[in-house]
Design a protein. Structure first.
Lengths: 262, 283, 404
């Protein structure tokens, strides 16, 4: 019984890695073609190895600006989304209040609105309010469509948490804020972190909504979609590789750090 | 103060949703009842028939979308649950690292991922070409431009949105409870069914909400991976809006889609055994 | 001043403009009054002259274009700046015609400026809508001497913008047929190859209603420019039969070219520029304009309504028609240039170049994909010009095939 359990664990461990590899498999191709010594504009046939695109990484100025815009927008919108989404998630999972039903409905509506409709209707709103479209309106839109994902994830964590711990903390004289920081937040942290990651992923890769509310601010996904017309330059692959590489480094660092702490 | 707390917590989101979601949706609802064309202008005529017309013209694509979205969601549940389970109970201190690695591919543009998939899955590419060379696959075999590719693409693209909430719900289950259950019940299967699964249901519900709904509305996978009869409702909405400038039909289709999805989620909540759908959503 | 022309350069009155604080009021107002129509009356000739007479050069221009449509050193724009003293802002903000129009429509409808003086759009429904809605400033041809002198004849007679009233081409290409020579050894010449059951499941058609509709008509011997509703229906039947017989693998956007070069498709409707890139990369793709005919498309420069610097914009448009400048652009973009003299200039450049550059330049000069012959030009049709009413018939006929 126990042996089978350990075998099962090992199989599941291998399975988890298999899924990670499956999800990452297209990334391998992307990385490979960042080294392609291509002769024409199209970068789809392997034509030899080169490091040229790494040395010329920032030669396409508009692309560089687009990448920077994307990273800034993703960071800012993630922070806003996580803060207000966590608050709403806690409220919906923990408290009873008037309008909870309507709020749930709105959270659902925000997920189910087709991206195109959301982008187009936001643009009409901004135009009729005479709001200039720039990075700020992109951030507003990104917060709007990622909010529900954070709320739903946090709520799934909050529901079923034992409220007696918080009550105990308050009985011991902790302030409301102190209770939240010392008791509630740590216990919902996995949900908040997961929501943050989802929100970041949604923002950094959004095309449709952004294409409506961007004004003349260009983001990384927008530039790439436009470049498909004449052929995506390998610098795009290199930038994708760097994003992925930095991510892997962060993952490794966090794993090492947790081992030290252990 | 205590009674005010929930209202303070929801206030920022309410403001955000009211200005940026409710107002545009009200405008969209009004557009869905108008008639006219983009050049001469649209006028409000309260044509509820827009809904009937749109539905009768595009019912095939709508039903197909629900089918594909549903299939993909089931696939995601089956594929994702074991991953979430393992990370939650056996991930140890590296839990966040595993989650991060699952999401990392989605930090890179979907255009690059798509181009890579087209490269990997080409009819005679490095995968199928090799297998065909060994005689393991028939010559005409292909995955791209099929229903399987569309559902597979949806499954691939939304999988992390299933895994993360399930993980979040499972992670708070004390492993000792699981062990106790295993001692209590005769088999591990029974222990899982009676103890772990019920505790993870809020996560599964959240996962389904976050995958079924966007997957059903998704236009990208059908456009890139589908064949001649895999068009989904998201593609129709795009064409009606951007190419035909038929804003009323596009709006009516969007509302119909949202209503159908809401009913779908409601039915699903019922199947889960919850009385009230909004309460279920809160659970 | 003619109210039509005033609307073109200045935002309309501000009465319908709301502050964000009153956004819900805006939403309700929008809900109550619907979407205003903007049908444009054709501008009177003297109105156009009046408009241009009042405009002045401002010394700057904002150019909105697609990515990778200008050399990285911005050579042509730098020369323009040196020659005219007009500074430029160049923005790679256009990704798709449909999305671009979707974004521009509410802004221009509200009478607000887009913030660009030149915009590049492909001929097609969205450009047609821009013109029909009065979103495009008519051009003053007295300010376009280089265009008159250097543009090829085919670029001056286009069904969708007769007399270049609103647009001049930036670059162009041919829609023809591409096939993979690893799988098809025959020398193909006919459009019928797309309908050949021999290639069942290996044929790619384009998803765009105009593109596929045109090819359906050409295969029936109908000229798209002068086609009628009955012709569209006949073409629709033929294309539906092609689909039902399982001949078509999929209706494509630009991704068809990957599919052809990898062999997923053996034969497909294709754009010349894509095929030329693949040939340079050594991939086994061949292109031909069917003997029955093909179509020519162009990406066009236009001045959007409300542009701040129309004079500087039209000067830049015209500047790009100087053969030397056009040659520099075309060498980078590698599509078909509207300036035929470019071929000789690039030939001269090839003669004095060396090594890899010489080879590439020679291939470019020799390629019918960059420089179609007169004989090929003669076979090329324009798109079907459609009124809004016609469009509501035309689009569903072909969309019901491509989006079943």
């Amino acid at each position: 019984m126990r042996t089978r359990g350990r075998l099962g664990d090992r199989l599941l461990h291998a399975y988890t890695w298999l899924i990670i590899v499956w999800l990452s498999s297209p990334i391998a191709v992307m990385i490979l073609f960042g080294f392609n010594d291509k002769k024409s504009k199209s970068n789809t046939t392997w034509q030899g190895f080169t490091l040229r695109w790494y040395t010329e990484l920032f030669d396409i100025s508009d692309l560089t600006v687009a990448l920077r815009n994307t990273l800034v927008i993703a960071l800012v919108s993630t922070v806003i989304t996580v803060v207000i989404g966590t608050m709403l998630g806690i409220a919906l999972g923990r408290h009873r209040f008037r309008g909870a039903g309507a709020t749930n409905f709105l959270v659902f509506a925000a997920i189910s609105t087709p991206e195109l409709v959301m982008g187009a209707s936001l643009l009409s709103l901004f135009v009729s309010g005479n709001v200039p479209r720039d990075a700020n309106t992109i951030i507003i839109a990104h917060v709007l469509f990622s909010l529900s994902f954070v709320v739903v994830t946090v709520r799934a964590r909050v529901v079923g948490l034992d409220p007696s711990l918080e009550e105990a903390a308050r009985d011991l004289g902790a302030t409301a804020w102190g209770t939240f920081r010392q008791v509630t937040l740590p216990s919902i942290m996995p949900g908040v972190l997961a929501g943050a990651m989802l929100s970041f992923a949604l923002s950094i890769d959004d095309y449709v909504v952004t294409s409506f509310v961007n004004g003349s601010t260009v983001t990384f996904p927008l530039w790439i979609v436009g470049a498909v017309k004449t052929g995506i330059p390998p610098q795009v692959n290199v930038m994708g590789t760097l994003i992925f590489g930095v991510g892997v480094l962060i993952a490794i660092a966090s794993a090492v750090a947790s081992r030290r702490r252990a | 103060m205590k009674r005010l707390t929930p209202y303070l917590l929801v206030l920022p989101s309410w403001i955000w949703l009211a200005i940026f979601l409710v107002v545009p949706m009200a405008a969209m609802a009004s557009v869905s009842l108008q008639t006219g064309n983009a050049i001469d202008g649209f006028a409000m005529t309260f044509s509820f028939s827009n809904y009937g017309d749109a539905l009768s013209r595009y019912s095939t694509q709508l039903l197909r979308s629900l089918l594909y979205g549903g299939l993909a969601t089931v696939a995601m549940m089956l594929i994702g649950y074991p991953v979430a389970y393992w990370i939650a109970f056996r991930g140890g201190r590296r839990k966040s690292m595993y989650l991060f690695l699952l999401l990392l591919p989605f930090f890179v543009s979907f255009v690059l991922r798509t181009i890579s998939w087209n490269f990997l899955l080409a009819d005679n590419g490095i995968l199928f070409g090799t297998l065909k060379g060994w005689g393991l696959l028939p010559e005409g075999f292909h995955v791209l431009a099929t229903t399987f590719a569309v559902v597979g693409g949806l499954t691939y693209n939304f999988l992390p949105f299933m895994i993360l909430p399930i993980y979040v719900a499972l992670e708070r289950v004390d492993p000792r409870v699981v062990e106790a259950a295993q001692d209590l019940y005769a088999t591990r299967g029974a222990a899982f069914r009676r103890v772990v699964l019920p505790l993870s249901l809020p996560g599964v519900f959240a996962g389904v909400l976050m995958t079924f709904v966007p997957a059903t509305a998704d236009p990208i996978n059908a456009a890139i991976l589908g064949g001649t009869s895999n068009t989904m409702i998201g593609n129709i909405i795009q064409t009606e809006y951007l190419t035909n400038l038929n804003y009323p039909t596009a709006s009516a289709l969007s509302f119909t889609l949202m209503a159908v999805l809401l009913v779908g989620i409601f039915v699903y909540a019922r199947v889960l055994g919850t009385e009230n759908v909004l309460e279920a959503a809160a659970r | 001043m003619n109210p039509f022309m005033r609307g073109m350069t200045q935002p309309r009155t501000r009465r319908d403009i709301f502050k964000l604080a009153g956004a819900s009021a805006a939403g309700l107002a929008l809900a109550a009054c619907g979407v205003q129509g903007q049908k444009a009356a054709p501008p009177k000739a003297d109105a156009v002259a009046d408009f241009w007479a009042k405009q002045q050069k401002h010394g700057k221009v904002v150019f909105a274009n697609w990515p990778e449509y200008m050399p990285e050193d911005k050579g042509p724009l730098e020369k323009f700046k040196a020659d005219t003293g007009i500074s430029y802002e160049y923005k790679e903000v256009i990704q798709e015609n449909a999305e671009f129009f979707g974004k521009a429509d509410p802004v221009l409808r509200a009478g607000q400026p887009l913030g660009y003086d030149i915009v590049v759009m492909t001929n097609g429904v969205q450009l047609q809508h821009m013109i029909d809605l009065g979103y495009v400033v008519p051009l003053d041809h007295s300010k376009l001497p280089n265009f008159q002198a250097n543009a090829g004849q085919k670029y001056k007679e286009r069904a969708y913008d007769p007399g270049n009233k609103y647009t001049v081409p930036y670059t162009s290409g041919v829609t023809g047929i591409a096939y993979n020579t690893n799988y098809i050894k025959d020398d193909l010449t006919s459009i019928e190859a797309l309908f050949d059951p021999k290639y069942k499941g290996r044929v790619g058609m384009m998803a765009d209603a105009q593109e596929i509709g045109n090819f359906g008509m050409i295969s029936l011997g109908i000229a798209p420019e002068t086609s009628t509703e009955a012709d569209w229906r006949k073409a629709g039947e033929k294309l539906k039969a092609q689909r039902d017989a399982g001949i078509v693998r999929k209706y494509y956007d630009q991704s068809y070219i990957d599919a052809v070069s990898k062999g997923d498709l053996w034969i497909s409707m294709a754009w010349s520029g894509d095929v030329f890139q693949r040939q340079l990369a050594g991939e086994p793709v061949k292109f031909y304009v069917p003997e029955e005919g093909g179509t020519i498309w162009t990406d066009n420069m236009l001045i959007p309504k409300g542009a701040a610097n129309p004079v500087d914009a039209i000067m830049l448009m015209d500047y790009l028609y100087q053969p030397a400048v056009a040659a520099e652009l075309d060498e980078f973009i590698q599509y078909v240039t509207p300036v035929p003299a470019v071929q000789d200039l690039l030939r001269e450049k090839a003669a004095s170049a060396t090594g890899e550059e010489k080879k590439t330049l020679e291939e470019m000069v020799a390629s019918p994909l960059m420089f179609p012959s007169d004989e090929e030009y003669a076979k090329l049709h324009s798109y079907t010009p459609l009124t809004t009413q016609q469009e509501q018939v035309f689009n569903p006929i072909f969309q019901s095939i491509t989006q079943a």
